[in-house]
Write a new protein. Structure first.
Length: 264
């Protein structure tokens, strides 16, 4: 089964490789924009710097997580447990109930129905946090990425009690995928926007295959959510797993619903 990695594309769709530093300046730093200082900050935050790269306004790490320079110095350190459902140290402030508006770039009209489905999945859970589709200028904007972007879609984490404000979508990378798969990708990125990390952050091979890769195991923002299992499995098909199978639909499982209900 082909796997879609939320960070990187293989062949025309899946994996973009990282480069290695050489003595001349055709180095990892030149090719990715990740200096030794930035790499150290990424590691200090508990993220794996492998395949990270500089993008407009910040950096992409762990495939689909956007971090700014400010994030690299402001996110607090915290010991990471090895458990299943995880949130970041930053969440969305609700104060009773809160509705977050979401708009879609007109260049992404072909995924309109998938966005409606992603929003419907959240709203069906009767959470205190709800999403509402608007025609333009949503609090969270779904925008089109550069065609050369090395990810399916990308988003960041909440700050100051507010969700991350955009999701960048690589339309070409999602071309040919059914509505359920695209809806799952969008729901995944909205999950990051409201504070969820990858379910299998400690071992991406669970959903991506290959060798075990730990996105970060020593410092920041992967706090276990009570009531969820103590290990991630591919069979459970959490919506926040790192990779998704081509053509696969991944609605919330019971543990995902527990995690959503606990936080919101």
């Amino acid at each position: 089964m082909k796997l879609l990695n939320f960070t990187i594309l293989l062949l025309a769709l899946f994996i973009l490789s990282c480069q290695q530093e050489s003595q001349i300046k055709t180095s990892e730093e030149e090719l990715t924009g990740i200096t030794a200082e930035i790499k150290a900050k990424i590691i200090n935050l508990g993220f794996n710097p492998k395949d990270s790269y500089k993008t407009e306004g910040g950096y992409i790490v762990e495939g689909d997580i956007f971090l700014t320079d400010q994030d690299l110095v402001s996110l607090p350190n915290q010991r990471l447990p090895i458990l299943e459902q995880y949130r970041t140290t930053n969440l969305v402030t609700v104060n009773g109930t809160r509705t977050i508006s979401v708009s879609l770039d007109s260049k992404l009209s072909t995924i309109s129905a998938a966005l409606d489905e992603a929003i419907a999945r959240y709203n069906a859970e009767n959470l205190t946090l709800k999403f509402q589709r608007v025609s333009k200028n949503g609090y969270i904007k779904i925008v089109k990425s550069s065609p050369s972007a090395g990810y399916l879609a990308s988003a960041g984490f909440p700050s100051n009690g507010n969700p991350y404000r955009s999701v960048s979508v690589n339309l070409g990378a999602l071309s040919g995928q059914p509505l359920g798969t695209i809806a799952s990708v969008l729901a995944h990125e909205l999950g990051h926007c409201i504070g969820f990390r990858h379910t299998d952050f400690y071992d991406r091979s669970i959903s991506c295959g290959g060798s075990a890769v730990n996105e970060g195991s020593s410092s920041v923002g992967a706090i276990h959510i009570p009531g969820t299992p103590t290990d991630a499995t591919l069979a459970a098909q959490s919506w926040m797993l790192s990779c998704i199978g081509s053509g696969q639909n991944r609605p919330f499982n019971n543990d995902d619903k527990t995690a959503l209900d606990y936080l919101y």
